[in-house]
Design a protein around this ligand. Sequence first.
Ligand code: BJ8
Length: 424
Amino acid sequence: MTTKYDEMWEKLNLDLKAHEGLLEVLGKFYGDIYLSQEGRLKGMGYLNFVLSEVHGLRIQELQEAKARGRKVVGTFCIFVPEEIVLAADAVCVGLCAGAEIGREAAEKFLPRNTCALIKSFVGFKMARLCPFMESCDLVVGETTCDGKKKAYEIFADYAPIYVMEIPQMKNVCDRDLWKVEVERFRQKIEEVTGKTITAAKLKEAIRLVNDRRRVLQRLNQLRAAVPTPISGRDVLLVNQISFYDDPARFTTKISELCDELERRVEKGEGIVPQNTLRLMLSGCPMAVPNWKLPYLIESSGAVVVGEESCIGTRNIRDLVDESGETLEEMLDALVDRYMRIDCACFTPNRERLENVVNMARNLEVDGVIHYSLNFCQPYAIEAFKVGKTLEEAGIPMLSIETDYSMEDVEQLKTRVEAFVEMLR
Ligand code: BJ8
């Protein structure tokens, strides 16, 4: 099937046939998992539109920005300070890594027992499937987990990659290291874009990204109501799209969605009955189109009311202090804010344990489902401590390890249903 975007995709050197297959799968998944829901907010129409145009109109916007001299920077991790990218007038995009389709291509380069997220981004590159990746003037990696670190070495032969060193502990010397890294990143971005980052530009960028975090915080507060006014799937989608969309437009649209949600909450309307079991997800990020587990949970008589994950609260919980006036003060504020991220790559990682329990209590959940991707050691191992801490707080947890394939759907469904039944 030909589309109006074929020429653009061809210029980006995509494998058109394989890409068509990806869009078909994405469309089918979206129809089954999202469009089949009843009682969705009208504002979700914007998200439907963005998703339907994720490889079309949004990519066209990126090409137009490039034609005007702006650079496109792709990232894989919420540690990369987007504010610095935006302050250099570049576009920042999260690089999709939630699909299985490039797995075979990835396994030519990576061991089979590599986490699905890593295989997905390597596969997308090797199979020429992702127009975001192919639009990038710079791809930014980070030394979070060993799998990513080593995969970037292979990736470097195929894409312009730059790797940030992320500390693994939170001592004073680790903050010093991170400050040097943020400064090094600023210089790299200035070199790639040919622009100087001024205090005024950085201030503007900090406010822009904070505004997006603030609107997502508002969404999370509203969805916590009883009865639950929006499905967990829909909130996950909003979070996923926040990594691709233009930040100012996204904030405006999600603000409108929140207004609608607020009216629904005031009327006491829910997307599910008042007594529906409330569950929270915790663990690895779920990138587009990884909707498997939330869908299974929400088809098993429960509703997801929170995501303790990078495509969720870990990315929006903390704002950057906006009081800085000089470049130095603002860079320090960025360093401090990003050091608060509680990724399982840190040791020890007590903050995450506290954050998981606080979040579960505030949301008044009946239980937590901990989700790790197969072969993700940081999250799979940390699941033990998360479970123990939740148990001490009297909150039941189910630990699940899975990947992007559909092979374990029945088995997962049985486990989720049994957990829901037990909570009842
Ligand atoms: S800040 S969670 S986005 S690193 S799932 S690739 S850890 S083996 S994704 Fe992450 Fe940044 Fe941390 Fe967030 Fe490795 Fe685990 Fe795979 Fe992972």
